[in-house]
Design a protein around this ligand. Structure first.
Ligand SMILES: [Zn+2]
Length: 483
């Protein structure tokens, strides 16, 4: 474990990211290029995000299930746009049990097809609807330019798949999930995401409409952090998900799908990290508080450790996630830097003087130096530490929101957009056509992120035109560099 510094962000943002992920012990590269080994500290971070999502899904009537990893090749080809979109990323199994398979199997890139096949069987009558199911799983999408957490060939995620009797219900589900995603991103991850609709080119392969939450990273680039798709009747028609309605007439169901992946861990790193390393929002942090006993003599060691145990018990009693750094042979300075680099929100320093004073010195990760330090008497730990953690959580969201707002711009011409996307996101009237998006991407490297819901009360508003090509506008879209 090294406490040497990470590459400064201003020097090389991409190197900084890789340094933080590796040095903070979140993940490592795997023997197969594009795959990753998620280490315990990184996995615990994912588990916090996972739990936050899972409780929200369950509170809104969804249940978890599990569908197979392998999908018959013929399933993938049933929905024309779906196969077109996913073909270049598929991993295909041609042999099993030592023999060539009659039909190749696809390692799931996503599960609309295999789940659609099951739903066709489960759904007979309107009484069988809605079906509200989520699965926690791994998926594989072959990745040519992999980056830990952000783009990996195999990644972990949840994928929700719902089927409804009416279009209105399916649309409501799509947007309700988008709200839940935004809630987790904002209130747990402290990333003030923007909710929006994807352009035709950027939408999910096979969806009627795709919605997204987009977060701003520390270099102002955007990260698509979760998507919710209104699939219309596309998959219901491809897989025959039909039901008899109340009038005994056969109808196709309306379906949705939605996902958040381990990509979100990369988002947390990039939205909050600084030149000292990771900064974790308390609600996600595997260790919210680290206790570092400081001692010189054996006698001190005994008293300091005894006191640390007492402090630790007080915090565990009130549900604070703690860790006591008992490592021998490392200086306090080394340990402080190490936990700072690993983004622990609060560090408690406990030396012989603290024991004598029946108090601890608390240092905040988000406020450097003396300003972030305070003495807390043992008797007040149970109330003041949870308050401090809430304060840090709120402070991190506020800082990220201020940073975001300082880099959101509105352009009235293509020239303005070009300037703005060099260091931020640019909102502009846009036609939403692939040709126009491709041109912008080629000339500025910025892509269409979304048509933010807060800025668009209707699509194709009368008289509005694209500020880039002059065609009728679909709405106002954000353009930005993106991961
Ligand atoms: Zn245009």
């Amino acid at each position: 474990m090294a406490a040497q510094g990470v590459t400064p962000r201003s020097e090389d943002y991409s190197r900084w990211y890789t340094d933080v992920v590796k040095m903070a012990d979140l993940a490592d590269n795997a023997p197969v290029r594009g795959c990753m080994i998620i280490k315990p500290y990184g996995y615990e971070l994912w588990e916090s995000i996972k739990t936050a999502l899972d409780v929200r899904f369950k509170a809104t009537g969804h249940r978890n299930a599990y569908f197979p990893l392998f999908i018959p090749m013929s399933f993938i080809t049933k929905e024309a746009e779906h196969v077109e979109g996913f073909k270049p990323e598929l991993a295909v199994v041609t042999h099993g049990g030592g023999k060539e398979l009659e039909e190749p199997l696809v390692v799931r890139p996503t599960s609309e097809t295999v789940i659609g096949h099951a739903y066709a069987d489960w759904v007979q009558s309107y009484r069988d609807l809605p079906i509200l199911i989520n699965q926690w799983a791994n998926v594989v999408r072959w990745e040519m330019r992999p980056r830990l957490f952000l783009r990996t060939t195999e990644f972990l995620w949840q994928e929700g798949h719902t089927a409804h009797a009416t279009e209105a219900e399916a649309r409501e589900e799509t947007l309700s999930i988008l709200d839940q995603y935004a809630d987790v991103a904002i209130n747990e991850c402290a990333i003030p995401v923007i909710k929006g609709r994807k352009s035709d080119q950027e939408k999910f392969a096979g969806a009627a409409e795709s919605y997204t939450i987009e977060g701003m990273m520390g270099n102002t680039w955007a990260l698509q952090s979760g998507t919710s798709h209104f699939l219309g009747q596309n998959f219901a028609k491809a897989f025959g998900i039909q039901y008899l309605d109340e009038n005994n007439e056969l109808q196709y169901a309306w379906t949705t799908s939605w996902g958040v992946s381990t990509r979100m861990v990369g988002g947390v790193v990039m939205a909050h990290g600084d030149d000292k390393g990771l900064r974790l929002p308390p609600r996600l942090a595997p260790y919210q508080v680290v206790l570092t006993p400081i001692w010189k003599t054996d006698e001190d060691r005994e008293t300091v450790f005894g006191f640390a145990k007492l402090v630790n018990d007080r915090l565990c009693d009130v549900g604070v996630r703690t860790h006591v750094d008992e490592r021998e042979g490392l200086s306090p300075g080394f340990k402080f830097n190490d936990w700072e680099m690993r983004g622990v929100p609060v560090r408690l320093e406990i030396g012989p003087r603290d024991v004598a004073g029946e108090s601890v010195m608390a240092a905040r990760r988000d406020v450097p130096g003396k300003e972030g330090k305070q003495v807390i008497p043992v008797g007040e730990l149970a109330t003041r530490i949870p308050e401090l953690l809430d304060d840090i959580q709120a402070g991190m969201l506020q800082a990220a929101t201020e940073f975001r707002d300082a880099h959101l711009f509105e352009a009235s011409s293509y020239d303005e957009l070009k300037e703005q996307v060099a260091d931020g996101w640019s909102l502009i009237w846009h036609c939403g056509t692939p040709e126009c998006e491709d041109r912008i991407k080629e000339e500025t490297k910025a892509s269409s992120r979304c048509f933010p819901l807060s800025e668009n009360s209707e699509w194709h508003p009368e008289g509005a035109t694209c500020a880039v090509c002059g065609k009728p506008a679909f709405g106002k879209a954000f353009f930005a560099r993106a991961y």
